[in-house]
Each structure stands twice: as structure tokens, then as C-alpha cells.
Write a protein that binds this ligand. Structure first.
Ligand code: 4AD
Ligand code: MG
Length: 430
């Protein structure tokens, strides 16, 4: 007998079907038992009557505690009162493996206990909903870029040069040579854009962050589009369409998961281009007026970002940062070279930065001068300078942090729940 996924049960109403999964909850009432079973795709209620099962099967059910693995056959019936709208009236049950003491039972557990049991915690209703939404977001990102003519271009994880500053590099011993885990695939994606026009890289990136915050992981996934001939404005418009597409896909594909998370939908439904924009300079004035102690030239911290992200009810572009607080490769604004043609996209509801992007310097002499100002080892960047030696063109790109995006769309308090196995300060297992 073919096995049906819980999410597809509706298509088999009135049929005798087989499901395979795990016991999520169990309630016994004399000669009848109600099991909510999960199979990863969803949850469904199974009604089991003693008289319809073999005595052996009924006993197995009695012994099995939460998270025992089971195979069920029965009639799929519409039941408006059941979660999901369907239930199964069982005619057969096999407890494939009996769980004795499920460590994550009903009672409230502290976060440390849950983190230590992350390999089990991901089975919970809430965590699995988040991970299904993450899956939709990843698919949507790839689909959008593919539909818009971007080629996937995979960049190395082991690298020799810093892309995003030298303070957060993870060092690797490369058989005696010094190497680093990639902080960003961008510099290589720029080479890709000169070869293929429009590319994106999507992979894990690493930052040896020393602080413990609800927004930082030491290993996170980033998707980085990069396009030849794209200028600052093209880049921002692409981001608006991209983020809007992602949110719409989640709204249409993960209704049940958003409801498990009790995620209010209205703020997501508002996400439509154009997004508001505010320059760094205006943002500093706004912050000062609201009692923040910031000066022009300061890097804005979490509280400042949270304020700005709450001030607007859509994602907002924070633009034209002082050159000296941003990366070496950013194109100065021709109207004011103290600021760069860069923008961060801040997610609303207090979430803050989910995207960092910019137009890149395409002039050889200017790039070299910037590298000197930033004290970079020129030797390591000769291949990168080659991109400005041979047919250089204006180009732009951005990087969106997958986990920050998941945290916002799911409205989570902490980034630790957005990835199957988070890597955080002093947290390396499981
Ligand atoms: O702003 P960042 O550092 O930009 C870059 O890496 C550029 N090279 C991107 C580009 O233009 N191609 O990082 C981009 C995004 C941030 O906006 C944030 O969403 C995410 O990556 N990010 C992190 N996410 C989780 N934990 C961390 N420690 C992160 N650091 C950055
Ligand atoms: Mg940034």
C-alpha cells in the first residue's frame, strides 16, 4: 500500500490509506484512543477503536509514549472539528518503535535544555513550522533569481581574503598556509558577474562574532545576487521585488505554519514596493530627536536599528552611509564622496537589518586607493583588481541573511530557532 503524506490526506477523502509517522499526542478513553500523528508535512488526528484493532495492536498503542514511530491504515474522513479538517479511522496500527520516556514531554523546559536537545526539539510543532517556512523562503529566493535571469554561481568556503573586515575571521590551517572561512561570497560573485552577467551565490558564511545577541550567528546562510551594469537604483528595486516575492510565497504556502506560530499576517500583507527610504544622515537626526546619543559617523547599534525598524511599517532602506564605517569596495556617492552608494534593508516590527548591499567601485585607481586606506594586503586581492583591469563595468549586489529573514517573517524573538543547528557563542553542540 502506498503511503500518503499528511498534507495530502484531503485528496484521499473516503479512501482507505496508509500513513507513517510519529505519535505527537495520545489520549485514551476506555475502548477508544485519539492520537495526533505527525509525519513532518503536517498533523492529523487518528481515531483508534479497540474493537477494530488486533489485541496485540491495541496493547502496543497502550505502551507507546509520545514520539513512538507508527504505521497506520484507515479511512480518511472529513471532520471540520479536527485540526486540518480531516481524521483517520484506523483499521490497522503498527508501532514500529516504542519510545519509553520522551525527554521533551509536556512540561515547560528552559531554553538551555531545549538547545541541548535541539536534535529532538526540531520535532515540535513550533520548530517544525519554522523549518518548513525556512524551506519556502529558500525555494522562493532561488526561484525569484532564476526567473529573473540570475545564474547560480557557487563560491569557495575556504578563502584567503577578508570580504567584510578582519575582526570576525575564522582561521583555518590549510596545510601550513593561513586561510579563512568565507564571510561572504561577494568578491567571487563579482568575478562571476563579469563572466555570466547576473549571478548569485548561496551558501553558509562564517563570522567569528564575539557577542551574544538575538541577531547573530557564527554560521549563517546568505544569498548574494551580483549583477554587471546594475547601478545603485537597479539594486534597490531588485531588492524590493525580491523581498515582496518571498513574503507572498510564505503567505500562500505556509498558512498553517504561520498560524501555529500565531504570526499576525497584516504586517506581512503590507509588504509591497516601493519601500520607504531614509538616508543615514536623516536617520541620525531622527534618532537624536528621539533621545538617542548618536553622532554622524557612528555605526548604528541594535537599539538604534530597532527604533528605525519600528518607525516604519514596511521594510525600509537605510542609505548613504559614511564611507569609513562601511566596506572598502563600496562606490562613493559622486555628489558627496564622504558617503557611499550603499543601502541596508531594515525589516519592520523592530527586526532591523536583513540585507546589506551596494554599488561596487569599478575604477581601478579608486579601488586601489581604498584598499590602502583600509590597510588590506594588496597581494591577496590581485585577482579582484583584475576585474577592474579587464573590461570593468559598474556593478551592484546585495546579501540577504536567510536566518534574519526567517526570524522576521516568523516573528521570532531570537535567531536560534531559524536554523536546524545554530552555531552561537560557546554553543557548538549538537
Ligand atoms: O551586511 P553584510 O555583512 O554584507 C555582506 O556580507 C555583503 N558582502 C553582502 C553583499 O553585498 N553581497 O551581511 C549581509 C547580511 C546582513 O544584512 C544580515 O542579514 C546577514 O547577512 N548577517 C548575519 N546573519 C546572522 N548572523 C550574523 N552574524 C550575520 N552577519 C550578517
Ligand atoms: Mg551589514
Amino acid at each position: 500500500m502506498e503511503t500518503v503524506s499528511v498534507k495530502d490526506v484531503g485528496r484521499h477523502e473516503g479512501e482507505e490509506i496508509q500513513l507513517k509517522g510519529w505519535i505527537h499526542t495520545k489520549r485514551e478513553k476506555g475502548k477508544i484512543a485519539f492520537v495526533v500523528m505527525r509525519d513532518g508535512s503536517g498533523f492529523i488526528q487518528i481515531v483508534l477503536e479497540q474493537e477494530k484493532l488486533e489485541p496485540e495492536q491495541w496493547n502496543q498503542l497502550h505502551e507507546a509514549s509520545l514520539e513512538s514511530s507508527i504505521i497506520v491504515r484507515g479511512l480518511a474522513k472529513s471532520e471540520p472539528r479536527a485540526p486540518g479538517g480531516y481524521e483517520i479511522h484506523a483499521s490497522f496500527l503498527e508501532v514500529f518503535h516504542t519510545t519509553k520516556d520522551w525527554p521533551l514531554g509536556r512540561k515547560e523546559h528552559g531554553i538551555e535544555f531545549l538547545e541541548d536537545n535541539r536534535h529532538l526539539w526540531i520535532r515540535s510543532k513550533r520548530e517544525s513550522a519554522i523549518l518548513r517556512i525556512r524551506n519556502t523562503i529558500e525555494n522562493a529566493m532561488i526561484q525569484f533569481l532564476s526567473d529573473n535571469g540570475f545564474y547560480r554561481f557557487d563560491t569557495p568556503i575556504i578563502t584567503t581574503a577578508a570580504a567584510e573586515g578582519t575582526t570576525t575571521l575564522f582561521e583555518v590551517d590549510y596545510h601550513g598556509d593561513k586561510a579563512y572561512l568565507s564571510q561572504s561570497g561577494q568578491l567571487y560573485a563579482e568575478a562571476g558577474a563579469m563572466a555570466l552577467g547576473k549571478v548569485y551565490t548561496f551558501g553558509p558564511t562564517f563570522r567569528a562574532e564575539k557577542s551574544k545577541t538575538r541577531r547573530h550567528l557564527l554560521e549563517f546562510w546568505m544569498i548574494e545576487p551580483e549583477a554587471a551594469w546594475f547601478q545603485y537604483e537597479d539594486n534597490l528595486q531588485l531588492q524590493e521585488q525580491f523581498v515582496t516575492y518571498i513574503v507572498k510565497r510564505v503567505l500562500s504556502e505556509n498558512e498553517a505554519d504561520l498560524s501555529i506560530l500565531e504570526r499576525p499576517l497584516e504586517p506581512l500583507q503590507k509588504v509591497e514596493p516601493p519601500f520607504p527610504r531614509i538616508t543615514y544622515t536623516d536617520a541620525v537626526d531622527l534618532l537624536k530627536k528621539n533621545g538617542f546619543d548618536v553622532q554622524w559617523g557612528d555605526d548604528l547599534g541594535s537599539p538604534e536599528e530597532t527604533f528605525l525598524a519600528n518607525y516604519f511599517d514596511k521594510p525600509v532602506f537605510l542609505t548613504h552611509f559614511p564611507a569609513k564605517i562601511k566596506a572598502f569596495y563600496m562606490q562613493p556617492d559622486p555628489e558627496n564622496p564622504d558617503v557611499v552608494l550603499a543601502a541596508d534593508l531594515l525589516a519592520p516590527e523592530g527586526y532591523g537589518e536583513i540585507i546589506g548591499g551596494s554599488e561596487r567601485i569599478h575604477d581601478y585607481d579608486l579601488l586601489l586607493q581604498k584598499m590602502k586606506e583600509f590597510n588590506l594586503n594588496e597581494e591577496q586581492y590581485q585577482w579582484y583588481l583584475d576585474l577592474r583591469r579587464y573590461g570593468s563595468v559598474p556593478h551592484s549586489g546585495f546579501g540577504i541573511g536567510l536566518e534574519r529573514t526567517v526570524a522576521w517573517i516568523c516573528k521570532l524573538d531570537h535567531i536560534r530557532e531559524t536554523i536546524p543547528f545554530p552555531r552561537m557563542l560557546h554553543k557548538l553542540t549538537p
